[in-house]
Design a protein around this ligand. Structure first.
Ligand code: 6PG
Length: 247
């Protein structure tokens, strides 16, 4: 892991969600003030849901200029948008349907057709949003961590880990017997801020392996996340951090 990272450990998952929501608000307001827009790639799965809930609740919702927010996704399952496994569906229920973000500012990854076509389409969308860029410069990328050390849909020993000339790929995941569509490491590492949100005792071994174990990104793809010029932050609860040697 690169040394330039910040670890913040909180007692509870609720405190992690609150800290992540606070960072989202701070980055959104800074980007909106300085550049007139805030581009964020959101994580799927269960861990970030409470953060999204908090952002949509009264006391926080009004602290963001949602008209300037552009919501992207770090990855998506290859299912329809209304499928229970859809990351878009989860974010729509927890956040999008509860705040005034314009429909045109929400960029779902299409999951219900040919994966490679959908990946190429999403890359086109990103290249239109970030023209002339060598990599997308998201103001924030939010990531989770799987028990196997995957992040986004960068799973161990999958082809996406080695892609350097694309920003979005369709990634066959043998263990799932399914395609996923995911940002590539290069697309994530162009971000100004990358934040891992990881909670629960079941993630403690993966957290220790990724942060303190030997460098083995083929087996621990989260080790590929090293922002080129941006900031890397890990937001952990005490359970997820419990196997770290120092925290
Ligand atoms: C997804 C996510 C994935 C997730 C991890 C952790 O599409 O599922 O992008 O990388 O962040 O699998 O998932 P949980 O938060 O549900 O433990």
């Amino acid at each position: 892991m690169s040394s330039s990272k910040t670890l913040r450990v909180f007692d509870t998952a609720e405190q992690v969600a609150d800290a992540a929501a606070g960072q989202f608000i701070e980055l959104a307001n800074s980007a909106t003030t300085n550049r007139g827009r805030f581009a964020v790639a959101l994580a799927g799965g269960n861990s970030p849901r409470r953060m999204y809930d908090l952002l949509a609740e009264d006391q926080l919702r009004n602290r963001v200029d949602w008209a300037a927010v552009h919501l992207f996704f770090g990855d998506e399952r290859c299912v329809p948008r209304d499928h229970p496994d859809s990351n878009y569906r989860m974010v729509r229920e927890a956040l999008i349907s509860r705040v005034d973000v314009p429909d045109a500012n929400v960029y779902p990854i299409n999951g219900d057709a040919e994966p490679a076509t959908n990946a190429a389409l999403y890359e086109t969308n990103l290249r239109e949003f970030f023209p002339e860029a060598l990599a997308p410069v998201f103001d924030m990328v939010l990531l989770g961590l799987g028990e196997d050390g995957h992040t986004a849909s960068l799973f161990p020993e999958t082809s996406a880990l080695r892609v350097t000339d694309k920003w979005v790929v369709a990634n066959w995941v043998e263990k799932l017997a399914a395609y996923r569509i995911t940002l590539t490491p290069a697309a994530i590492n162009g971000a100004a801020q990358v934040t891992f949100l990881v909670t629960g005792a079941n993630k403690a071994s993966a957290v220790r392996a990724v942060l303190e174990g030997p460098l083995q990104p083929e087996n621990l793809p989260a080790q590929l996340i090293k922002p080129e010029t941006g900031i890397l932050t890990w937001l952990l609860d005490s359970q997820a951090a419990s196997k770290l040697s120092k925290h």
